[in-house]
Ligand binder design. Structure first.
Ligand SMILES: *[C@@H]1O[C@H](CO)[C@@H](O)[C@H](O)[C@H]1NC(C)=O
Ligand SMILES: *[C@@H]1O[C@H](CO)[C@@H](O)[C@H](O)[C@H]1NC(C)=O
Ligand SMILES: *[C@@H]1O[C@H](CO)[C@@H](O)[C@H](O)[C@H]1NC(C)=O
Ligand SMILES: *[C@@H]1O[C@H](CO)[C@@H](O)[C@H](O)[C@H]1NC(C)=O
Ligand SMILES: *[C@@H]1O[C@H](CO)[C@@H](O)[C@H](O)[C@H]1NC(C)=O
Ligand SMILES: *[C@@H]1O[C@H](CO)[C@@H](O)[C@H](O)[C@H]1NC(C)=O
Ligand SMILES: *[C@@H]1O[C@H](CO)[C@@H](O)[C@H](O)[C@H]1NC(C)=O
Length: 593
């Protein structure tokens, strides 16, 4: 396959087999650094030479000179040479001369309101878990960042987008703010009683909405063509529930409405199903070129298939918007990335989050905005959307809410852990509690509860993707636990506690073996391991993982405990020193990017 870059209208576009893919991730009207961070020959050459193991590293590097000078220097030095023919040693020198290291533009900080012994954590009954919680509370300080003044002075030299306040990063390669991660980070900050730190993060998200009309996937220019699951309004709700701070929340309402408006305007799809027409939501990024932070990977995927590349890349970008990148859930053949068809799928979880947004806005306009007219409008929309969600997604045969596939005109009956989203968001009528029971049976029938350390993302054994078996993710396990806990069924509430115990004990064992919290875990086996698979190595830190543990420990403060075996091991100091498990677990740390 021949890939050729051409220059048109000052925006570099990718021309593949006669197709022109020209929607880049950056906003090219803003600064010319779109030609560095989202397209252009330098990005292409650096990735063709594979100068960096992780494609994301290069696009996180601040410029030493303005973009125009950098591009002119590159042309002067390599003019006429095909990008894939450039000498890697000379290219490396060019990069060293023109860029600072990744992360240079972020300063460390102590999050506002940090206290070493918050009351809520001191109330955890189990001694070992309480000590661990205080340890995790302390990690917030290591994950706190603020944007350095240079970014404000010279935005064109950075891919980082300025935000006014400190924030908590996920960790590892994720060195900037992310969107849906922040819901679980904020849950954790609230458990740590760091209300001011949570408020500042909310103001950062408001500032994205004020400037861009939506919240990008993450805080870099190369994320400006896609969002992530809409959790801003739920974050505001959680903050309000924890603080009842009406004056502060009032200031956020306009941006909350504007954020929902983005999804209404740009992410809806008309679905005809069983004699009805429904307006529902789907992930749908306009970008149709390789993702700059995964450039090598997206070029290789396009190279491996005869499929039209623009269409492939826009389905890839849309899956990245779902936060579940990648999962067999988005693949037509449930196996290979090349068959990705995100835009044919109407997902249960996104529509559940929208449902929750509508319910929360009803509540906030009623009690915080004091605007009953708006509250009534959102209530009407909430009721309609909730009904549509039940009609289109609930499959009576399976007893589960299932994704709707437009191409197949039917449901995808495969088990995915995220299908618990309608329970988590309470997007079903109270009197319809039978559905909650059916979902519980669906999970059980699919062996979701059979694993020692949590619920895996799927039970398909043929996937090498990170959002699939055997990986379990903190945020999704939290959604299942909370969905079960908030149901009317005592049996499901007990299952919630059992799942919380599994998840907490699994994370606890890994922490005591490695001293780290991870992005995801392999949930199979008594001592879980950090997860694997996908396009980068497992990351440690880790924002939402820590947030979920702190929230669960506070929710079940009086009854959750480590196992007797763990208690003995902790007392003997056995975790740090012994066992083959330790060696297995250390590997991901040594090889991480
Ligand atoms: C981009 O570069 C061109 C040519 O150097 C310049 O005229 C233009 O002002 C630059 N645009 C921005 C937004 O800086
Ligand atoms: C690059 O080469 C072309 C001809 O191959 C020439 O016209 C152009 O001026 C050169 N640009 C620079 C910056 O050297
Ligand atoms: C800020 O910019 C100055 C001048 O370009 C540079 O010397 C310094 O290293 C930069 N600092 C950071 C943190 O990027
Ligand atoms: C509400 O939150 C803001 C931001 O954290 C804070 O400055 C203010 O003191 C809070 N007000 C009350 C009444 O707690
Ligand atoms: C594309 O595929 C060919 C043949 O399989 C391989 O030689 C080449 O390295 C691949 N290029 C990229 C960018 O992956
Ligand atoms: C509901 O699930 C059953 C069993 O998996 C399947 O045969 C049927 O086609 C599904 N319904 C729809 C509308 O897809
Ligand atoms: C999962 O657990 C259930 C109940 O304990 C059991 O009936 C089932 O066989 C298990 N499935 C697998 C694949 O082990």
């Amino acid at each position: 396959m021949i890939l050729r870059w051409i220059l048109a209208l000052s925006v570099t576009v990718l021309s593949v087999n006669g197709w022109t893919c020209n929607v880049i991730m950056c906003d090219h009207t803003n600064t010319n650094n779109s030609q560095i961070y989202c397209g252009g020959d330098i990005l292409k050459a650096v990735n063709e030479a594979a100068l960096f193991k992780d494609s994301k590293e290069f696009v996180d590097m601040p410029l030493k000179f303005d973009p125009e000078t950098t591009i002119a220097d590159f042309e002067a030095e390599f003019n006429g040479t095909e990008t894939d023919q450039i000498d890697p040693v000379k290219l490396q020198k060019f990069v060293d001369d023109h860029f600072y290291p990744a992360g240079h533009e972020l300063d460390e900080c102590v999050p506002a309101g940090y206290s070493p012994k918050p009351d809520k954590l001191m109330a955890i009954a189990d001694d070992n878990l309480r000590d661990w919680a205080l340890n995790l509370n302390n990690i917030w300080s290591h994950l706190c960042r603020k944007v350095s003044d240079n970014v404000t002075l010279h935005p064109e030299l950075h891919s980082l987008i300025e935000v006014p306040h400190e924030f908590i990063i996920p960790g590892g390669r994720f060195r900037e703010p992310y969107y849906w991660d922040a819901y679980w980070i904020i849950k954790g900050l609230l458990a740590s009683e760091m209300y001011e730190a949570a408020a500042r993060m909310l103001l950062n998200y408001k500032s994205y909405v004020d400037r861009f009309g939506f919240i990008p996937n993450g805080g870099r220019v190369y994320y400006l063509q896609r969002s992530q699951p809409p959790m801003y309004i739920p974050m505001i709700y959680e903050f309000y529930e924890a603080t009842k701070n009406i004056t502060f929340v009032q200031k956020l309402l306009d941006s909350a409405e504007a954020e929902l408006n983005f999804w209404d305007t740009h992410r809806t799809v008309d679905v005809s199903f069983q004699h009805g027409d429904y307006k529902l939501y789907q992930y749908n990024s306009a970008s149709n070129v390789p993702r700059p932070e995964s450039f090598k990977e997206d070029m290789a995927t396009a190279n491996a298939t005869s499929r039209q590349s623009c269409d492939l890349w826009s389905n890839i970008a849309s899956a990245a918007e779902s936060g579940l990148d990648f999962s067999t859930r988005w693949f037509a053949d449930k196996q290979s990335l090349e068959t990705i068809e995100t835009k044919q799928i109407v997902p249960v979880d996104l529509n559940s989050f929208i449902c929750w947004n509508l319910e929360i806005l009803t509540f906030l306009y009623e009690y915080v905005g004091m605007d009953t007219v708006k509250a009534d409008q959102y209530r009407q929309r909430y009721i309609t959307h909730r009904r549509n969600l039940q009609k289109v997604f609930f499959n009576e045969t399976e007893g589960a809410w299932l994704d709707y596939n437009i191409r197949e005109k039917g449901h995808n009956p495969t088990f995915y852990a995220s299908l618990a989203a309608p329970l988590f968001t309470n997007c079903y009528e109270k009197l319809d509690s039978n559905k909650a029971g059916q979902i519980y049976d669906f999970f059980k029938r699919n062996d979701a509860f059979n694993f020692t350390s949590g619920v895996p993302q799927s039970t398909l054994k043929n996937s090498a993707q990170q959002w699939d078996f055997p990986n379990g993710w903190a945020n999704v396990n939290h959604m299942i636990i909370e969905g079960f806990r908030k149901s009317n069924s005592p049996q499901m509430q007990e299952e919630a506690f059992a799942l919380a115990t599994k998840w907490v004990r699994g994370n606890y064992r890994v922490f005591h073996t490695t001293q780290h919290m991870y992005e995801k875990y392999n949930v199979v086996g008594a001592i879980p391991q950090a997860g694997a698979g996908g396009e980068y190595n497992v990351q440690e830190g880790f924002g939402w993982t820590n947030g979920v543990i702190l929230d669960l420990l506070v929710t079940y403060a009086d009854r959750i405990s480590v196992s007797d075996g763990d208690k003995t091991a902790a007392a003997a100091g056995a975790y740090i020193s012994s066992g083959l498990g330790l060696i297995a677990l250390m590997i991901p740390m040594f090889i991480r990017a």
